[in-house]
Design a protein around this ligand. Structure first.
Ligand code: UD1
Length: 358
């Protein structure tokens, strides 16, 4: 069996890592195509190196652009690569513009399409990722869902017969890296001193692209009573610069995005996380740290149970940030809604079982 994976943005490299390993273990031929949506070494290369992912077989170097420009620039080259390889499965990951472009390219040339992390929904139609998810799920032949809640969404949309619950592949990686980080022993996180600190990431368009909202978030982070290690995505830096907004103020300690193992170590050493990232919300939950999410909703609703994750939707809610962000961990999670860390093996099993059936 030949699987062709298409990835392009940081969270997709994390998801690719356990899948590449599972393909290797099962003797499955695996072609990796990188669209080039993320191209900064800190957002791309370090993930391949640290997570021991084989180098991409094809790199399309598409780069940044508006949604239409970026998605459109990927379509033609992806079609050509897929025609050249004619895989048994095209495998797409998550909800980025790379996901949608690969999905459209594959189904138009009648290649079986599997969507990993299918069925997540925010029900927020202002989010570009929500359209990418919904359109990809409805195009795909096989929907590999991470949770029971995702399975429910797919069933509600009439997609139950194409859906399989496999668990969450990010959990595979998170547990593996956590164990390695703990075994290696803790090393101090630069810039935050010896006391409690928070880890923060902000990059979603809803938070960065409205000047008043962005200024309110930066002010609230700066006013926190402990250091805030802010791992600044290029989109955040660019928007602050454009608006003349100083990021390095008050409690904020600005740093580059971290490689995955250092990110896990920083969260493990922290008093909590303040973010708008989907992946980091779940990682905080898996690592037993309290998360505060600056969004109106979350796709990972399981993290809300037991108070592990708290949403602060509006700028007015930011007044409560000090008390909420430093509330400490909630009740220990009773359930393991994201699986036990063997989702990628299940993914390859299901692809093998359904080969030729799509
Ligand atoms: C994308 C995904 C988002 C995901 C995020 C993870 C879409 C619609 N969004 O958002 O779901 O959570 O990746 O990080 O696909 N830039 C650089 N260097 C890079 C990449 C981007 O400087 O290597 C800057 C550019 O100014 C670019 C901006 O970041 O215009 C946005 O990049 P883009 O890939 O369009 O979206 P992200 O915000 O990264």
């Amino acid at each position: 069996m030949k699987v062709l994976s298409v990835v392009g943005a940081r969270p997709q490299f994390v998801k690719l890592a356990p899948v590449a390993q599972a393909c290797d273990a099962a003797g499955v031929e695996h072609v990796i195509v990188h669209t080039g949506q993320h191209y900064d070494p800190g957002l791309s290369d370090v993930f391949f190196a640290d997570l021991r992912i084989p180098a991409p077989d094809v790199h399309l170097a598409v780069g940044s652009g508006s949604h239409g420009e970026q998605t459109g620039a990927m379509l033609g080259p992806l079609e050509a690569v897929m025609e050249q390889h004619r895989p048994d499965w095209v495998l797409v990951y998550g909800d980025t513009n790379s996901t949608l472009a690969a999905a459209v390219a594959a189904v138009k040339i009648h290649l079986p399409l599997a969507h990993l992390e299918a069925g997540l929904r925010s029900f927020n139609r202002r989010m570009p990722e929500e359209h990418n998810r919904v359109l990809t799920d409805h195009a795909a032949d096989l929907l590999l869902a991470p949770t029971q809640v995702a399975m429910g969404h797919l069933a509600d949309e009439g997609l139950a017969d194409r859906s399989v619950l496999v668990g969450d592949v990010m959990t595979d990686v998170c547990f593996r890296v956590r164990d390695a980080v703990v075994a290696a022993g803790s090393s101090p996180v630069a810039g935050v001193g010896d006391g409690p600190y928070l880890v923060s990431t902000i990059h979603r368009a809803e938070n960065t692209d409205d000047p008043a909202r962005l200024a309110a978030i930066v002010r609230a982070l700066a006013a926190l009573p402990v250091p805030v290690l802010l791992l600044a995505h290029p989109r955040l830096r660019a928007r602050c610069e454009a608006q003349g907004l100083e990021l390095a103020q008050g409690s904020i300690v600005v740093a580059e995005p971290l490689p995955y193992p250092q990110m896990v170590a920083a969260v493990l050493g922290s008093a909590g996380v303040v973010t708008d990232s989907g992946g980091l919300q779940k990682e905080a939950f898996l690592l037993g740290r309290a998360c505060t999410t600056l969004r109106t909703e979350t796709e990972w609703v399981e993290t809300l149970e037991g108070g592990w994750n708290v949403l602060l939707p509006d700028s007015a809610d930011l007044a409560r940030l000090p008390e909420v962000a430093l509330r400490g961990p909630g009740a220990l999670p009773q359930a393991t809604p994201y699986g036990s860390g063997d989702a990628a093996r299940r993914v390859v099993e299901v692809l093998l079982a359904r080969e030729g059936a799509a």
